[in-house]
Write a protein of this length. Sequence first.
Length: 283
Amino acid sequence: MEKFILDIIKISFIQVVYALGIIVICGFLLEIIERKSNEFMQKSFGWKGILVTALIGAPVHELGHAIMCLVFRHKINEIKLIRPLASKQDGIMGFVSHSYNPKSLYQKIGNFFIGIGPIIFGSGVMLLSMKFLMNQMYNNFYSFALEQHKSITGFNTSFFIILKNIFIQLLHGIFNYGNLLSLNFWIFILIIISISSHMALSAADIKESARGIVFIYIVSLFLSLIFKITNVDINYIYSKILFFNVFLSIFLFTALSFSIIVLVINMIIYFVKNLCLQCSLEL
């Protein structure tokens, strides 16, 4: 009996990690990258630099929350897509205030997805921007990313190797001489810089997600019990979850790749500006 219970707990844990692990890892990395990127942006251009990217980035972030609210039947009490003046005082660019029925398991689980909404929606908007503005680059990138994801077997060193390969491919696709002469390219760059600079989860978002993940695990425990009793092939379930992660990871790896590019651009601007300032002082 003890072994049976331990197996159920183990299976449930693995299911949750396989299904949500990539989201958690990418969310954590995005938060670190965005914080450093905005730090360099603010040092170079002040609060106005943050505000310029927020004109697109903040509404996309809040719409990510709002869409998930609708999907999981939460009531949206108030929504502010952007607060250009008030945000200078409290640092809050926008918000979505919502409520839900605490007796509804579906709505409780929704808290997790509402919390991570900006990552999913922001990644999707960036991919769509690439498709409509840089179609050839999108086709090449999508084919390469899909091929790379076929080698994912779990959360191990291959995860980071694949991330590196996709990032390098994206870098080659974006930064070439032909793109520099295209108006669509510069519109695309503005969009990805704006979204990537405001896609990471806030402390409130993380708290929101944490409330939902508990109920996701409870549902997973129940399903694992059913699978165990009915002798369902667990490996088959794992394979389906990993198949789902293949497509989810394309979105998340894209977000991470763009965020790293934005960080590098902001670092270069900061150091070049400082170098020019030092040279002018010496003269």
